[in-house]
Design a protein around this ligand. Structure first.
Ligand code: DAH
Length: 342
C-alpha cells in the first residue's frame, strides 16, 4: 500500500479526533469499522510493515503498533462516553400520546340486571340466586305445574342425560331451568316469612333462535311472602319499579292472565315516553300474581296465615325495549362494535 511514517502520524491525529467527536453510538460504530475493523486502516498499516525496507522497518513497525493501540484507546474512551445505549429506533416520536389500556365495562345485560336489582334492593328485596341445573320438583312440581302439563314437555326443555340425587338421594331427571321461578321455591325452602327477594339468573329453552328468541336468556324474579300481603301491595311495588326504571311519567296497567304458580295472575303492560317511537301504546314487560296456595303448601308455609306476591320479567326484552336493540342475537355475538355502545 505504501504507507509512509508521515501517513501514520496524520492518521493517528485524524482518528483520535474522530473518536473524540463521535456524537452517537451509530457513528462510533462506523468509525470503529473504518479504523479498527478487520479491513480497517490500522490492520492495513500493520499488514504493510513487512513490505517496508529493512532499515526503516523497526521504526515503522513501532509507529504502526502505537497507532493501533492509541486508536483502540480512543475508541474505548468514546464508547464509555456514549454508553452502550442502543440507538433510538427510527420512527419513535416521544411527543406522541401514549398507548392507552382500554378499560372494559359490564355487558349490557349485566348492567340491566344491576339497575333493576338495585331498584328492588332499595325497597327491601334481598338479592338471591339459584342453580341453573334443576330437578323437576323445583322447576315444575312445587310451582304447581303438574305432570303432563305442556310446559314440562321434553321438547320444550333442556333435559340432561345425567340424573341427579333429590333431597333423599334418589336419582331424578335434571334439566336446565326454564324459568327463575325455581328460585322462589329454593328461597322459601331456606327461609321463613317475611320473605322479600329479587333473583336474577339465566334460563334455558330450546326455542328456535330468531330476532326475539334465544335458547338462553335472563330473567329477574321477585317474591314477597308475609302475613297480610295483598294484590294492592304487588301493584304499588311494581308501579314504583316502572317509574324508577322507565321514567317518572311511565304508566302501567295490569291485564288478567294465567300462570300455574299464581292465583290471581296478571301481565303488566307499560306505556312510557321513551317508547313513543314504537307506535304501540302498551308494551308487555312482566308476569305477576299472588302466590298460589299450592306453592306455599309445597314449601311448608301455611297458606291460611301467609300470602305472597311474585313477578318475573325477561331481561333481554327489557334491555331491547329500553335501548332500541332490534335483535336478541346481538347480546351473545360478542361484537365489540355492539357492546361498546352501552
Ligand atoms: N316464570 C314466568 C315465565 O317464565 C314468569 C312469571 C310470571 C314469573 C308470573 C312469576 C309470575 O313469578 O308471578 O314466563
Amino acid at each position: 500500500m505504501g504507507y509512509q511514517l508521515s501517513d501514520i502520524s496524520q492518521l493517528l491525529a485524524e482518528g483520535t479526533k474522530a473518536f473524540k467527536d463521535a456524537a452517537s453510538a451509530e457513528q462510533l460504530e462506523e468509525l470503529r469499522r473504518h479504523y479498527l475493523g478487520g479491513k480497517g486502516v490500522a490492520k492495513a498499516i500493520l499488514g504493510g510493515v513487512k513490505d517496508v525496507p529493512k532499515e526503516q522497518r523497526g521504526e515503522f513497525g513501532k509507529a504502526a503498533n502505537l497507532l493501533n493501540k492509541q486508536l483502540e484507546e480512543a475508541y474505548a474512551q468514546a464508547k464509555a462516553r456514549l454508553g452502550d445505549a442502543k440507538p433510538a429506533g427510527p420512527g419513535i416520536d416521544l411527543t406522541k400520546p401514549g398507548l392507552r389500556r382500554e378499560i372494559g365495562h359490564q355487558h349490557i345485560i349485566s348492567q340491566t340486571v344491576r339497575e333493576i336489582v338495585d331498584i328492588f334492593n332499595r325497597i327491601g328485596f334481598a338479592e338471591v340466586e339459584g342453580p341453573e341445573v334443576e330437578d323437576e320438583a323445583h322447576n315444575f312440581d312445587a310451582l304447581n305445574i303438574p305432570p303432563g302439563h305442556p310446559a314440562r314437555n321434553e321438547l320444550d326443555n333442556f333435559y340432561l342425560r345425567v340424573t341427579g340425587p333429590d333431597w333423599e338421594g334418589k336419582p331424578v331427571p335434571l334439566l336446565l331451568r326454564s324459568q327463575t321461578s325455581t328460585i322462589q321455591i329454593r328461597t322459601m325452602e331456606q327461609r321463613q316469612p317475611p320473605v322479600r327477594v329479587i333473583a336474577p339468573g339465566r334460563v334455558y329453552r330450546p326455542d328456535t333462535v330468531d330476532a326475539t328468541h334465544h335458547f338462553m336468556f335472563h330473567q329477574i324474579e321477585g317474591l314477597a311472602v308475609e302475613e297480610g300481603l295483598t294484590f294492592g301491595d304487588l301493584r304499588s311495588v311494581l308501579e314504583l319499579f316502572v317509574r324508577e326504571y322507565f321514567g317518572a311519567s311511565a304508566k302501567m296497567r295490569l291485564r288478567p292472565h294465567y300462570f300455574p304458580f299464581t292465583e290471581v295472575s296478571a301481565e303488566v303492560d307499560i306505556s312510557a315516553e321513551m317508547f313513543s317511537h314504537l307506535k304501540k301504546p302498551w308494551l308487555e314487560i312482566l308476569g305477576c300474581g299472588m302466590v298460589h296456595p299450592n306453592v306455599l303448601k309445597a314449601v311448608g308455609y301455611d297458606p291460611e296465615k301467609y300470602t305472597g306476591f311474585a313477578f318475573g320479567m325477561g331481561v333481554e326484552r327489557i334491555a331491547m325495549l329500553k335501548h332500541g336493540i332490534p335483535d336478541i342475537r346481538h347480546f351473545t355475538a360478542n361484537d365489540l362494535r355492539f357492546l361498546r355502545q352501552f
